[in-house]
Design a protein around this ligand. Structure first.
Ligand SMILES: [Fe+2]
Length: 403
Protein backbone atom coordinates (compact mmCIF):
# COMPACT_ATOMS: atom_id res chain seq x y z
CA UNK A 1 0.00 0.00 0.00
CA UNK A 2 2.99 2.23 -0.54
CA UNK A 3 2.95 3.04 -4.25
CA UNK A 4 2.19 1.33 -7.55
CA UNK A 5 4.58 -1.32 -8.78
CA UNK A 6 4.77 -3.45 -11.88
CA UNK A 7 6.64 -6.70 -12.35
CA UNK A 8 6.83 -9.00 -15.38
CA UNK A 9 4.24 -8.92 -18.17
CA UNK A 10 0.92 -7.10 -18.00
CA UNK A 11 -1.46 -6.21 -20.85
CA UNK A 12 -1.97 -2.59 -21.81
CA UNK A 13 -5.32 -2.35 -19.99
CA UNK A 14 -7.18 -4.11 -17.17
CA UNK A 15 -9.39 -7.07 -18.12
CA UNK A 16 -8.12 -7.56 -21.67
CA UNK A 17 -6.48 -10.66 -23.08
CA UNK A 18 -2.85 -11.41 -22.26
CA UNK A 19 -1.43 -14.37 -24.12
CA UNK A 20 1.73 -16.08 -22.95
CA UNK A 21 3.26 -18.70 -25.24
CA UNK A 22 0.00 -18.59 -27.18
CA UNK A 23 -2.21 -19.30 -24.16
CA UNK A 24 -4.60 -16.96 -22.42
CA UNK A 25 -3.40 -15.86 -18.97
CA UNK A 26 -5.84 -15.73 -16.05
CA UNK A 27 -6.30 -12.41 -14.32
CA UNK A 28 -6.48 -12.39 -10.52
CA UNK A 29 -7.74 -9.14 -9.00
CA UNK A 30 -6.88 -8.74 -5.31
CA UNK A 31 -8.88 -5.84 -3.89
CA UNK A 32 -9.33 -4.17 -0.49
CA UNK A 33 -12.36 -2.63 1.20
CA UNK A 34 -14.61 -4.30 -1.30
CA UNK A 35 -13.53 -2.92 -4.66
CA UNK A 36 -13.03 0.64 -3.39
CA UNK A 37 -9.46 0.71 -2.11
CA UNK A 38 -6.04 -0.44 -3.23
CA UNK A 39 -5.75 -3.42 -5.53
CA UNK A 40 -3.28 -5.54 -7.40
CA UNK A 41 -3.90 -7.51 -10.57
CA UNK A 42 -1.78 -10.59 -11.18
CA UNK A 43 -1.69 -12.72 -14.32
CA UNK A 44 -1.43 -16.49 -13.91
CA UNK A 45 -0.64 -19.11 -16.52
CA UNK A 46 -3.31 -21.39 -15.07
CA UNK A 47 -6.55 -20.63 -13.15
CA UNK A 48 -5.48 -19.54 -9.64
CA UNK A 49 -8.78 -20.51 -8.02
CA UNK A 50 -8.98 -24.21 -8.81
CA UNK A 51 -8.66 -26.52 -5.82
CA UNK A 52 -8.09 -30.27 -6.00
CA UNK A 53 -8.97 -31.09 -2.42
CA UNK A 54 -9.43 -29.50 0.98
CA UNK A 55 -9.46 -30.53 4.59
CA UNK A 56 -10.31 -28.88 7.92
CA UNK A 57 -7.25 -29.24 10.14
CA UNK A 58 -8.98 -27.78 13.19
CA UNK A 59 -7.84 -25.10 15.57
CA UNK A 60 -4.32 -23.75 15.16
CA UNK A 61 -2.40 -24.95 18.24
CA UNK A 62 -1.22 -21.41 18.90
CA UNK A 63 -4.70 -19.91 18.79
CA UNK A 64 -6.19 -20.01 22.27
CA UNK A 65 -8.73 -17.92 24.08
CA UNK A 66 -7.83 -14.38 25.08
CA UNK A 67 -9.76 -13.32 28.16
CA UNK A 68 -9.76 -10.93 31.05
CA UNK A 69 -8.10 -12.76 33.91
CA UNK A 70 -8.25 -10.70 37.04
CA UNK A 71 -7.39 -7.44 38.67
CA UNK A 72 -6.13 -4.57 36.57
CA UNK A 73 -2.35 -4.53 36.76
CA UNK A 74 0.75 -3.56 34.86
CA UNK A 75 2.27 -6.64 33.26
CA UNK A 76 5.58 -7.94 32.02
CA UNK A 77 5.78 -10.92 29.64
CA UNK A 78 8.92 -12.69 28.51
CA UNK A 79 8.33 -14.27 25.07
CA UNK A 80 12.03 -15.26 24.94
CA UNK A 81 10.95 -18.12 27.22
CA UNK A 82 8.87 -19.64 24.40
CA UNK A 83 10.30 -22.95 23.16
CA UNK A 84 12.27 -22.78 19.92
CA UNK A 85 11.16 -24.99 17.08
CA UNK A 86 8.94 -25.49 14.08
CA UNK A 87 8.01 -23.35 11.13
CA UNK A 88 6.88 -19.72 11.46
CA UNK A 89 3.28 -20.75 10.83
CA UNK A 90 3.31 -23.70 13.23
CA UNK A 91 5.35 -22.00 15.97
CA UNK A 92 3.21 -18.88 16.33
CA UNK A 93 1.53 -18.45 19.70
CA UNK A 94 -1.21 -15.91 20.37
CA UNK A 95 -0.34 -13.68 23.34
CA UNK A 96 -2.80 -10.80 23.32
CA UNK A 97 -5.93 -9.99 21.38
CA UNK A 98 -8.86 -7.65 21.02
CA UNK A 99 -11.41 -7.25 18.21
CA UNK A 100 -9.03 -5.01 16.23
CA UNK A 101 -5.65 -6.65 16.52
CA UNK A 102 -3.95 -9.83 17.69
CA UNK A 103 -0.35 -10.09 18.83
CA UNK A 104 1.53 -13.36 18.40
CA UNK A 105 5.09 -14.46 19.04
CA UNK A 106 7.04 -17.24 17.34
CA UNK A 107 10.51 -18.69 17.76
CA UNK A 108 10.75 -20.89 14.65
CA UNK A 109 13.81 -22.71 13.38
CA UNK A 110 12.52 -24.20 10.11
CA UNK A 111 10.92 -23.08 6.86
CA UNK A 112 7.20 -23.18 6.28
CA UNK A 113 6.68 -26.58 4.68
CA UNK A 114 3.53 -25.50 2.83
CA UNK A 115 2.25 -22.18 1.59
CA UNK A 116 0.31 -20.31 4.24
CA UNK A 117 -2.24 -17.51 4.10
CA UNK A 118 -3.71 -15.51 6.95
CA UNK A 119 -7.36 -14.79 6.16
CA UNK A 120 -7.83 -13.23 9.60
CA UNK A 121 -5.88 -10.11 8.80
CA UNK A 122 -2.90 -8.24 7.44
CA UNK A 123 0.32 -9.37 9.06
CA UNK A 124 3.05 -7.04 10.16
CA UNK A 125 5.91 -9.13 11.53
CA UNK A 126 8.73 -7.52 13.45
CA UNK A 127 11.87 -9.63 13.09
CA UNK A 128 13.58 -9.51 16.45
CA UNK A 129 16.09 -12.17 15.45
CA UNK A 130 16.98 -14.15 12.35
CA UNK A 131 16.98 -13.55 8.64
CA UNK A 132 15.65 -15.11 5.46
CA UNK A 133 13.06 -14.34 2.85
CA UNK A 134 9.32 -14.44 2.34
CA UNK A 135 8.34 -15.99 -0.97
CA UNK A 136 5.08 -14.83 -2.54
CA UNK A 137 3.43 -14.95 -5.97
CA UNK A 138 4.34 -11.25 -6.30
CA UNK A 139 8.05 -11.75 -5.61
CA UNK A 140 10.47 -12.37 -2.78
CA UNK A 141 10.98 -10.12 0.24
CA UNK A 142 14.36 -10.62 1.94
CA UNK A 143 14.43 -9.75 5.64
CA UNK A 144 16.87 -9.45 8.53
CA UNK A 145 16.72 -8.64 12.22
CA UNK A 146 15.21 -5.22 12.81
CA UNK A 147 12.86 -5.36 9.81
CA UNK A 148 9.12 -5.12 9.78
CA UNK A 149 7.70 -7.48 7.14
CA UNK A 150 4.25 -6.75 5.79
CA UNK A 151 2.18 -9.51 4.14
CA UNK A 152 -1.34 -8.57 3.02
CA UNK A 153 -4.30 -10.58 4.25
CA UNK A 154 -4.87 -13.89 2.47
CA UNK A 155 -1.80 -13.69 0.22
CA UNK A 156 -0.30 -17.19 -0.11
CA UNK A 157 3.35 -17.15 0.94
CA UNK A 158 5.97 -19.04 2.84
CA UNK A 159 8.75 -18.01 5.18
CA UNK A 160 12.22 -19.40 4.46
CA UNK A 161 14.71 -18.98 7.31
CA UNK A 162 18.50 -18.84 7.36
CA UNK A 163 18.40 -20.16 10.94
CA UNK A 164 16.38 -19.75 14.14
CA UNK A 165 14.25 -16.61 14.22
CA UNK A 166 12.34 -14.61 16.81
CA UNK A 167 9.19 -12.99 15.44
CA UNK A 168 6.58 -10.59 16.80
CA UNK A 169 3.46 -10.80 14.64
CA UNK A 170 0.83 -8.08 14.56
CA UNK A 171 -2.38 -9.29 12.93
CA UNK A 172 -4.67 -6.42 12.02
CA UNK A 173 -8.35 -7.07 11.37
CA UNK A 174 -8.67 -3.97 9.20
CA UNK A 175 -6.20 -2.98 6.49
CA UNK A 176 -2.92 -1.96 8.07
CA UNK A 177 -1.46 1.08 6.38
CA UNK A 178 0.74 4.11 6.76
CA UNK A 179 -1.04 6.90 8.67
CA UNK A 180 -2.94 9.36 6.51
CA UNK A 181 -1.03 12.33 7.90
CA UNK A 182 2.12 11.11 6.16
CA UNK A 183 0.47 11.14 2.70
CA UNK A 184 -0.25 14.08 0.46
CA UNK A 185 -3.53 14.44 -1.44
CA UNK A 186 -2.43 11.98 -4.15
CA UNK A 187 -0.97 9.42 -1.75
CA UNK A 188 2.72 10.22 -2.05
CA UNK A 189 4.62 10.28 1.24
CA UNK A 190 5.07 13.86 2.30
CA UNK A 191 8.46 15.54 2.55
CA UNK A 192 8.20 15.64 6.34
CA UNK A 193 6.99 12.05 6.81
CA UNK A 194 9.28 9.94 9.03
CA UNK A 195 10.12 7.71 6.05
CA UNK A 196 10.25 7.94 2.28
CA UNK A 197 9.19 5.60 -0.51
CA UNK A 198 12.76 4.36 -0.91
CA UNK A 199 12.80 2.99 2.65
CA UNK A 200 10.28 0.27 1.79
CA UNK A 201 11.95 -2.86 0.41
CA UNK A 202 9.91 -3.99 -2.57
CA UNK A 203 9.41 -7.63 -3.58
CA UNK A 204 12.19 -8.90 -5.81
CA UNK A 205 11.08 -10.53 -9.05
CA UNK A 206 13.09 -13.75 -9.28
CA UNK A 207 14.80 -14.82 -12.48
CA UNK A 208 12.23 -16.88 -14.35
CA UNK A 209 9.42 -15.34 -12.29
CA UNK A 210 7.94 -16.67 -9.03
CA UNK A 211 7.26 -20.00 -10.74
CA UNK A 212 11.01 -20.65 -10.53
CA UNK A 213 10.67 -20.76 -6.72
CA UNK A 214 9.02 -24.18 -6.90
CA UNK A 215 6.29 -23.36 -4.41
CA UNK A 216 4.38 -26.25 -2.87
CA UNK A 217 0.75 -26.65 -3.93
CA UNK A 218 -0.43 -27.23 -0.39
CA UNK A 219 -1.86 -24.12 1.22
CA UNK A 220 -2.80 -23.70 4.89
CA UNK A 221 -5.33 -20.93 5.43
CA UNK A 222 -5.85 -19.43 8.89
CA UNK A 223 -9.39 -18.18 9.50
CA UNK A 224 -11.02 -17.61 12.90
CA UNK A 225 -8.03 -19.41 14.38
CA UNK A 226 -8.75 -22.61 12.43
CA UNK A 227 -6.64 -24.00 9.64
CA UNK A 228 -7.96 -25.25 6.33
CA UNK A 229 -5.60 -27.22 4.10
CA UNK A 230 -6.12 -26.84 0.37
CA UNK A 231 -4.45 -28.85 -2.32
CA UNK A 232 -4.30 -26.42 -5.19
CA UNK A 233 -4.88 -27.60 -8.73
CA UNK A 234 -2.28 -25.24 -10.17
CA UNK A 235 0.93 -23.60 -9.07
CA UNK A 236 -0.20 -20.40 -7.27
CA UNK A 237 3.18 -18.85 -8.09
CA UNK A 238 2.77 -19.23 -11.88
CA UNK A 239 2.44 -15.45 -12.16
CA UNK A 240 3.84 -13.96 -15.35
CA UNK A 241 3.33 -10.38 -14.22
CA UNK A 242 1.34 -8.07 -11.99
CA UNK A 243 0.78 -4.44 -11.20
CA UNK A 244 -0.87 -2.59 -8.37
CA UNK A 245 -0.49 -1.07 -4.99
CA UNK A 246 -1.01 -4.08 -2.72
CA UNK A 247 2.23 -5.97 -2.22
CA UNK A 248 4.41 -7.41 0.53
CA UNK A 249 7.35 -5.35 1.71
CA UNK A 250 9.96 -4.97 4.40
CA UNK A 251 10.74 -1.81 6.33
CA UNK A 252 13.84 -1.62 8.54
CA UNK A 253 12.94 -0.07 11.88
CA UNK A 254 16.18 1.89 11.83
CA UNK A 255 15.07 3.59 8.61
CA UNK A 256 12.45 5.36 10.70
CA UNK A 257 13.41 9.00 11.01
CA UNK A 258 12.96 10.07 14.63
CA UNK A 259 12.17 13.58 15.81
CA UNK A 260 13.61 15.51 18.68
CA UNK A 261 11.89 18.37 20.46
CA UNK A 262 12.90 21.08 22.84
CA UNK A 263 11.02 19.06 25.47
CA UNK A 264 9.77 15.47 25.53
CA UNK A 265 7.56 14.60 22.56
CA UNK A 266 4.57 12.27 23.05
CA UNK A 267 4.54 8.71 21.68
CA UNK A 268 2.43 9.85 18.73
CA UNK A 269 5.63 11.25 17.26
CA UNK A 270 6.80 7.64 16.75
CA UNK A 271 3.76 6.37 14.81
CA UNK A 272 4.80 4.12 11.95
CA UNK A 273 1.74 2.04 10.95
CA UNK A 274 -1.95 2.32 11.74
CA UNK A 275 -5.08 0.21 11.49
CA UNK A 276 -8.57 0.74 12.82
CA UNK A 277 -8.33 0.81 16.62
CA UNK A 278 -4.55 0.62 16.94
CA UNK A 279 -1.21 2.10 15.92
CA UNK A 280 2.30 0.65 15.75
CA UNK A 281 5.11 2.97 16.82
CA UNK A 282 8.88 2.67 16.38
CA UNK A 283 11.40 3.92 18.94
CA UNK A 284 14.87 4.21 17.42
CA UNK A 285 18.18 5.79 18.50
CA UNK A 286 17.86 9.56 18.56
CA UNK A 287 18.95 12.79 20.10
CA UNK A 288 16.78 13.74 23.04
CA UNK A 289 15.24 17.00 24.14
CA UNK A 290 17.38 20.06 23.69
CA UNK A 291 15.99 22.62 26.14
CA UNK A 292 17.96 23.21 29.31
CA UNK A 293 16.27 21.45 32.18
CA UNK A 294 14.23 19.18 29.91
CA UNK A 295 13.53 15.68 31.29
CA UNK A 296 14.11 13.24 28.44
CA UNK A 297 12.76 10.22 30.33
CA UNK A 298 9.03 9.75 29.72
CA UNK A 299 6.87 11.53 32.27
CA UNK A 300 4.42 9.48 34.33
CA UNK A 301 1.30 9.32 32.25
CA UNK A 302 -2.21 7.95 31.96
CA UNK A 303 -3.29 7.43 28.39
CA UNK A 304 -6.72 6.63 29.68
CA UNK A 305 -8.27 5.37 26.44
CA UNK A 306 -5.43 3.06 25.41
CA UNK A 307 -3.74 -0.17 26.33
CA UNK A 308 -0.03 0.24 25.73
CA UNK A 309 2.08 -2.71 24.56
CA UNK A 310 5.84 -2.20 24.40
CA UNK A 311 8.35 -4.70 23.01
CA UNK A 312 11.92 -3.90 23.94
CA UNK A 313 14.31 -4.66 21.09
CA UNK A 314 17.72 -3.23 21.86
CA UNK A 315 19.58 -0.57 23.80
CA UNK A 316 19.59 0.68 27.34
CA UNK A 317 16.00 1.00 28.45
CA UNK A 318 16.01 4.17 30.42
CA UNK A 319 12.70 4.12 32.16
CA UNK A 320 12.34 0.84 34.09
CA UNK A 321 14.68 -1.53 35.85
CA UNK A 322 14.29 -5.27 35.29
CA UNK A 323 13.36 -4.92 31.63
CA UNK A 324 15.54 -6.71 29.07
CA UNK A 325 15.61 -7.09 25.31
CA UNK A 326 12.57 -9.13 24.19
CA UNK A 327 10.59 -8.06 27.25
CA UNK A 328 6.98 -7.05 26.72
CA UNK A 329 5.25 -4.65 29.04
CA UNK A 330 1.52 -4.09 28.95
CA UNK A 331 0.17 -1.02 30.66
CA UNK A 332 -3.59 -1.22 30.61
CA UNK A 333 -6.27 1.39 30.33
CA UNK A 334 -6.82 3.15 33.62
CA UNK A 335 -3.41 2.88 35.26
CA UNK A 336 -0.73 5.58 35.21
CA UNK A 337 2.79 4.44 34.46
CA UNK A 338 6.22 5.96 34.15
CA UNK A 339 9.87 5.59 35.03
CA UNK A 340 11.47 4.37 38.20
CA UNK A 341 12.33 7.42 40.30
CA UNK A 342 16.09 7.18 39.82
CA UNK A 343 15.82 6.85 36.07
CA UNK A 344 13.64 9.93 35.79
CA UNK A 345 16.07 12.28 37.46
CA UNK A 346 19.19 10.70 35.95
CA UNK A 347 17.92 11.41 32.45
CA UNK A 348 18.22 15.19 32.89
CA UNK A 349 21.14 16.43 30.83
CA UNK A 350 21.48 13.31 28.67
CA UNK A 351 21.76 14.02 24.97
CA UNK A 352 20.71 10.83 23.24
CA UNK A 353 19.06 7.47 23.69
CA UNK A 354 20.00 4.26 21.91
CA UNK A 355 16.81 2.36 22.70
CA UNK A 356 14.96 0.43 20.01
CA UNK A 357 11.42 -0.68 20.75
CA UNK A 358 8.10 -1.43 19.08
CA UNK A 359 4.95 -0.08 20.68
CA UNK A 360 1.34 -1.01 19.94
CA UNK A 361 -1.33 1.28 21.33
CA UNK A 362 -4.88 -0.04 21.17
CA UNK A 363 -8.22 1.55 21.96
CA UNK A 364 -9.79 -1.76 23.05
CA UNK A 365 -8.19 -3.67 25.91
CA UNK A 366 -5.64 -6.28 24.90
CA UNK A 367 -6.61 -9.50 26.63
CA UNK A 368 -3.97 -12.11 27.43
CA UNK A 369 -3.94 -15.79 26.56
CA UNK A 370 -2.43 -18.62 28.55
CA UNK A 371 0.71 -18.41 26.38
CA UNK A 372 1.30 -14.90 27.70
CA UNK A 373 0.48 -15.86 31.28
CA UNK A 374 2.89 -18.81 31.12
CA UNK A 375 5.81 -16.43 30.53
CA UNK A 376 4.65 -13.60 32.77
CA UNK A 377 6.98 -12.06 35.34
CA UNK A 378 4.70 -11.91 38.38
CA UNK A 379 6.99 -9.52 40.24
CA UNK A 380 6.58 -6.68 37.74
CA UNK A 381 3.37 -5.27 39.12
CA UNK A 382 4.90 -5.21 42.60
CA UNK A 383 7.80 -3.14 41.24
CA UNK A 384 5.39 -0.20 41.18
CA UNK A 385 4.64 -0.35 44.85
CA UNK A 386 6.28 2.63 46.54
CA UNK A 387 6.57 2.35 50.27
CA UNK A 388 6.43 5.55 52.23
CA UNK A 389 9.73 7.34 52.40
CA UNK A 390 11.85 5.23 50.17
CA UNK A 391 12.61 2.45 47.80
CA UNK A 392 10.15 0.41 45.84
CA UNK A 393 10.36 -2.89 47.66
CA UNK A 394 7.24 -4.80 46.94
CA UNK A 395 5.32 -3.95 50.07
CA UNK A 396 1.93 -5.51 50.58
CA UNK A 397 -1.50 -4.56 51.78
CA UNK A 398 -1.33 -5.48 55.45
CA UNK A 399 -5.00 -5.40 56.25
CA UNK A 400 -7.43 -6.74 53.69
CA UNK A 401 -9.83 -4.04 52.55
CA UNK A 402 -13.36 -4.82 51.53
CA UNK A 403 -14.44 -2.92 48.49
FE1 LIG B 1 3.16 4.89 28.17
Amino acid sequence: MIHRLQRGLVPEKHHVALRVDGELAFEHCITRRGFDSVYTIAYHRRPPHWVRDEQDLGEHPGHVEAAWDGAVRRRHFQPARLPVGGSPFAARRLFLANPDVSVWFARPDADDDTLVANADGDELTFVHGGSGRVETPLGVVPFAAGDYVFVPRALPHRWRLDGPAFLLLVEGRSPLDLPKQFRNQVGQLTMDAPYCHRDFREPVWPEGGPQALGAPRLLKILRHGRVTLQELANDPFDVVGWDGQLWPYAFPIRAYQPRTGAVHLPPTTHITFAGSGYVVCSFVPRLVDTREGAIPCPYPHSSVDCDEFLFYVDGNFTSRRGIDAASVTLHPIGLPHGPHPGRYEASIGTTRTDEVAVMIDTFSPLLPTRFAREVEDPSYNRSWVQQAGGEQTGGGVKDPVAW
